[in-house]
Design a protein around this ligand. Structure first.
Ligand SMILES: Nc1ncnc2c1ncn2[C@@H]1O[C@H](COP(=O)(O)OP(=O)(O)OP(=O)(O)O)[C@@H](O)[C@H]1O
Length: 311
């Protein structure tokens, strides 16, 4: 069976305003390869700025790359919007933290609206799944979103995000606001989703509480390059430390190496940090709501689209 997520030689540079990488800009993500099968849960780890969010956004179809570089359920999310609109592929992170899709609109999660209205506004969902999520996340349907705490608001948002039975889920640290119990319950639920339904999850996080036995795989990225993609057992064989201490040791080594290189550059009279190439920052973080031309017909028709860069 084909892997659920397949990344082959993924290379990416944020485009400038003209849609092309600025001349001289080095790739931000370089030759990343890994794949995950149905039922697997991957922790995506790396230091700040390593490229985790960028990879998740590419997988989620928010930045365009050559469709041969990333396949989710055999398709490219950027080129085939049905992958996300059907709920088969779900991305929770980034922009999603501020707004949620509600009854076909983007809604700010701090509006004066009840949790019940938000959650029941998502149509076409299985009521048993909805009830289970409400229970697991311990949501009071009477909460008013504008008066709810950050964590309460986040629980409603996570509930809404998970209502459709995804096949692939991309999580860019969404549990920071959750209390210990809500986070533990959510992690247990997500594990069950993989074991019972064969869902595949990639979870980028810096919080390792309760994660020692949660993932099946670990992927470590540094400076946009793959350092390691291994099953959890292999990582445990390599290190006697807890997962958090293991990752900490990798990041410490990486930082020491970076410092050593910077020192060497300084000694040679070069600037310690690489020169930042101007023009590669995308306004709105690469997201432009809507498309000028639908690409739902598939990637083979994509050359017809006038919006080949942002979506
Ligand atoms: N829209 C953008 N345009 C240009 N460069 C960007 C953009 N967004 C992020 N970057 C750069 O890409 C690199 C990787 O960022 P990314 O957000 O993917 O890292 P991350 O691993 O998720 O970090 P963190 O752990 O801090 O969330 C960073 O150097 C960042 O400055």
């Amino acid at each position: 069976m084909a892997p659920t997520v397949e990344i082959r030689d993924l290379t990416f540079t944020y485009p400038g305003i003209d849609g092309r990488p600025p001349p001289g800009a080095p790739p931000l993500i370089e030759n990343v390869c890994f794949s995950l099968d149905a039922g697997q849960r991957c922790l995506l780890v790396g230091s700040n700025g390593a490229g985790k969010t960028t990879i998740l956004k590419i997988l989620g179809g928010k930045h365009m790359v050559d469709p041969s570089m990333v396949r989710v359920l055999g398709r490219s999310a950027f080129h085939d919007t049905a992958l996300t609109s059907s709920g088969d592929l779900c991305y929770l992170g980034g922009e999603w933290r501020r707004d949620v899709a509600f009854a076909g609109y983007q809604v700010n999660i701090q509006m004066d609206i009840s949790a019940e209205k938000m959650i029941f506004g998502v149509t076409g969902v299985d009521s048993r799944r909805r009830d289970e999520l409400i229970k697991i996340l311990d949501i009071d349907l009477g909460w008013r979103m504008h008066k709810a705490s950050d964590g309460q608001r986040r629980r409603v948002q996570i509930c809404m995000g998970l209502l459709k039975p995804f096949k692939a889920l991309l999580l860019d640290e969404i549990t920071v606001d959750l209390d210990v119990l809500a986070r533990a319950n959510l992690l247990t639920y997500l594990k069950k989703e993989c074991e019972e339904r064969g869902a595949t999850i990639i979870y980028a996080t810096h919080i390792f509480d309760g994660l020692d036995d949660w993932p099946t795989h670990i992927v470590y990225i540094a400076h946009g390059k793959l350092q390691l993609a291994l099953p959890l057992e292999k990582v445990k064989e390599m290190s006697q430390l807890s997962l958090m201490r293991t990752v900490e040791s990798w990041l410490r080594k990486e930082r020491d190496e970076d410092r050593r290189k910077r020192k060497e550059r300084k000694e040679k009279g070069l600037p310690a940090f690489d020169k930042v190439i101007e023009g590669s920052r995308v306004v709105n973080n690469g997201w432009a709501a809507g498309r000028l031309t639908s690409t739902i017909a598939g990637e083979e028709n994509f050359f017809l689209s006038s919006n080949s860069v942002l979506r």
